[in-house]
Write a protein that binds this ligand. Structure first.
Ligand code: A5P
Length: 232
């Protein structure tokens, strides 16, 4: 049986191996990135690794503090040497779908400040090309006029659904709602990303195109790693 948790940990361990003394590191969100944060904490304790982090969510920030990673405030200017983050889906051109955990805008801002953006995942995350299987693309929207935004997103050919827990809409760290846009498939991810991000009422969408520089996928006990060129 496939052990996805071991794969996540293996990919995280491989990425954490790239972190060196003195680096400013973006700390991703979600279960895979959480392994990386814990492993960084272990390196700080064991080797005396000296780094500072910038977290991509409140949850990651809390985890980082709990394992001893010093954090830079989001209100300061930050340029990162490297960011390590998970993904809901990635293809061989390094195009991503993120936001399953609800942190996409925050992730875009932090991961987008990194000279190197390492994407980590278990083998289930690699789907090539990106839009070849059914998926929901998370879209972070302003609360103001959200029903209008949902209708506009629907016109892009998806089935949109407000993310909620029971009847209570889920709020992102930035106080926005998330609309999950279900697609059977899609072709041009860059065009779709541009359409989503330019839709009135949208704060950001989960399509991250042209951001990843390295993808690290664990399949059973093996690492598959590829560097991403500008081929999206
Ligand atoms: C958080 O909003 C997401 O972008 C996560 O990075 C993504 O959903 C991957 O999460 P897991 O590592 O938990 O699968």
């Amino acid at each position: 049986m496939v052990d996805r948790e071991s794969e996540k940990k293996l990919a995280a361990r491989h990425a954490v191996g790239y972190v060196r003394d003195g680096m400013k590191v973006g700390l991703g969100s979600g279960t895979t990135a959480a392994y990386a944060i814990r492993l960084l904490g272990e390196r700080i304790e064991r080797e005396g690794l000296e780094i500072v982090g910038v977290a991509t969510s409140t949850a990651s920030s809390e985890l980082a503090i709990s394992v001893g990673i010093p954090l830079v405030s989001h209100l300061d200017e930050f340029e990162l040497d490297l960011a390590i983050d998970g993904t809901d889906r990635v293809d061989r051109a390094g195009r991503l779908i993120k936001g399953g955990g609800g942190a996409l805008l925050h992730e875009r801002i932090v991961d987008g400040a990194a000279a190197r953006f390492l994407v980590i995942g278990d083998a289930s995350k690699l789907v090539d090309p990106l839009g070849s299987q059914p998926i929901s693309i998370p879209v972070e929207v302003f609360v103001l006029g959200w029903k209008n935004t949902l209708r506009r997103l629907e016109r892009l050919g998806c089935k949109p659904k407000l993310r909620s827990v029971g009847k209570i809409p889920s709020l992102t760290d930035e106080g926005n709602y998330t609309i999950d846009c279900g697609f059977d498939s899609f072709d041009d991810s860059l065009k779709l990303a541009n359409l989503m991000r330019s839709t009135i009422g949208v704060a950001d969408c989960g399509l991250f195109i042209g951001m990843a520089t390295q993808v690290i996928i664990a399949r059973s006990t093996q690492i598959e790693e590829f560097t991403v060129g500008a081929c999206w």
